[in-house]
Ligand binder design. Structure first.
Ligand SMILES: NC(=O)c1ccc[n+]([C@@H]2O[C@H](COP(=O)([O-])OP(=O)(O)OC[C@H]3O[C@@H](n4cnc5c(N)ncnc54)[C@H](OP(=O)(O)O)[C@@H]3O)[C@@H](O)[C@H]2O)c1
Length: 324
C-alpha cells in the first residue's frame, strides 16, 4: 500500500483509507461480526486512515472502532457538529468540547488524532468563531489536529483561509470533478491534506447496480435518495439514481477494458497528486481488497483524463443536485 502525507498533520497515511459510516448501519444493517471483519481486513491490508463521526449509528461506528485492536500506525479521524445538540445553530466552545470528549471516550483515546467539523452550516464557517475554538481545543490537547468536511467548494475555500486547518474532506469523484481545478491547487499551496469521500458516488461508480436495484429502508440510499433527510449531495453525489446508472454505462465505454469499474474510479482520484487519501466506504470485507488494489494500478493516460473531464462538463455536471 502506498502512503501519502496528510497535509499539516504530517501523518503518513495509506492512499486508500476506510470510510466507517457503514459501521453505523446507514448503508443497511452491518452486524458486529461483519464490522469486525472489515476492520481486520483494513489492518491486514495496511489501510492506516479510518474516518468516522459521532453521529454514525449514534456513536456505534466510533464504539466499534474503539473496541477494535488497531494495527500500528492507524490514524482515526472523527467529526463533530451534526450531533450533541449543536446543529444547526447552537454551536459553542463548551458544546464542541463535550462532543469531542464523548467521541474520545467511545474511541478509547485521550486525544483525538484528527477532529473534523462535520458539514456545519456555511454561516457558521463564515462567522469563523468555531475555528478559534478548534485552535484552543488543540492547545488544550483534546485534539492533535483539526480539519473540516465540507459540502461545497465555496465552503472549502473558507476553511483553507484558516491557518489551523490541517485537512479538508471533500466529495470528489468522476461524477464531481470541479475541485480538481477550483480547490486542489490552493489546498496544496496551503499544505492542507485532502481527504476524498464518496469516491464511488455511494457505490454507483462500482457499476454493480441497475435501475431495478433497491436499497434497505435503513439505508440512506433509500431514505435520502432525493435529499429527503439531509443534503442530497451526500447520496449518489447528488445524481438521480437512475440517471447515475445510465452515466455509468457511458463511463464503461471510456474505461480501460482490464480495469474493474471500482478501481477505475479510485485510480482517477489517485491520479490527482494533491489528494492525500480516499476514504472508500465498505459494507463487506471483500470490497476492501478490491479498493486497495487501485493503489497498485498504473496511472490513467493524460489523454483519457482529458476525455473524462470533457464528458463530465457536458454530460454530468448539469445533473448534479445539492451544490458543487
Ligand atoms: N459529510 C461527511 O463528512 C460525509 C458524508 C458521507 C460520507 N462520509 C465519509 O466518507 C466515506 C465514504 O463515502 P460513502 O461510503 O458515503 O461513499 P462511497 O465510498 O462512494 O461508497 C460506498 C459504497 O460503495 C460500495 N463499494 C465500496 N467498495 C466497493 C467495491 N470494491 N466494489 C463494489 N462496491 C463497492 C458499497 O456499497 P454496498 O453497501 O451497496 O455494497 C459501499 O457501501 C463514508 O464511509 C464516511 O466515512 C463523510
Amino acid at each position: 500500500m502506498k502512503t501519502r502525507r496528510l497535509g499539516k498533520t504530517g501523518y503518513d497515511v495509506s492512499e486508500i483509507g476506510l470510510g466507517c459510516w457503514q459501521l453505523g448501519g446507514d448503508f443497511g444493517p452491518v452486524g458486529d461480526e461483519t464490522a469486525s471483519e472489515i476492520l481486520d481486513a483494513a489492518n491486514d491490508a495496511g489501510v492506516t486512515f479510518w474516518d468516522t463521526a459521532d453521529v454514525y449509528g449514534g456513536g456505534l461506528s466510533e464504539s466499534r472502532i474503539g473496541a477494535h485492536e488497531k494495527a500500528a500506525g492507524v490514524h482515526v479521524a472523527t467529526k463533530l457538529g451534526r450531533g450533541s445538540g449543536l446543529f444547526p445553530d447552537n454551536y459553542s466552545k463548551d458544546g464542541v468540547r463535550a462532543s469531542l470528549v464523548a467521541s474520545a471516550e467511545r474511541l478509547g483515546v485521550a486525544s483525538l488524532d484528527l477532529a473534523q467539523l462535520h458539514c456545519v452550516p456555511t454561516e457558521v464557517l463564515r462567522d469563523g468563531q468555531i475555528f478559534g475554538w478548534m485552535d484552543e481545543l488543540k492547545a488544550e490537547g483534546l485534539v492533535r489536529h483539526w480539519g473540516a468536511s465540507v459540502e461545497t467548494i465555496k465552503e472549502g475555500l473558507i476553511c483553507l483561509e484558516q491557518p489551523g486547518c490541517a485537512t479538508l474532506q471533500i466529495i470528489f469523484n468522476l461524477f464531481r470533478q470541479d475541485a480538481a481545478k477550483a480547490l486542489l491547487p490552493k489546498a496544496a499551496e496551503r499544505d492542507v491534506g485532502i481527504i476524498v469521500r464518496l469516491p464511488l458516488a455511494s457505490g454507483l461508480l462500482s457499476g454493480k447496480y441497475d435501475k431495478a436495484t433497491r436499497f434497505d429502508e435503513s439505508d440512506h440510499r433509500s431514505y435520502n435518495a432525493d435529499g429527503q433527510a439531509f443534503s442530497v449531495g451526500e447520496t449518489f453525489s447528488g445524481i438521480p439514481f437512475e440517471r447515475g446508472v445510465e452515466l455509468v454505462g457511458e463511463l464503461r465505454g471510456l474505461a480501460p477494458e482490464a480495469l474493474p469499474m471500482s478501481q477505475f474510479a479510485l485510480r482517477w482520484i489517485l491520479d490527482h497528486p494533491q489528494v492525500s487519501t480516499i476514504i472508500a466506504g465498505v459494507s463487506k470485507p471483500e470490497q476492501l481488497a478490491d479498493n486497495v488494489a487501485a493503489s497498485g494500478q498504473k496511472s490513467l493516460f493524460p489523454a483519457l483524463m482529458g476525455q473524462l473531464s470533457e464528458w463530465y462538463e457536458k454530460d454530468v455536471k448539469p445533473e448534479v443536485r445539492g451544490g458543487i
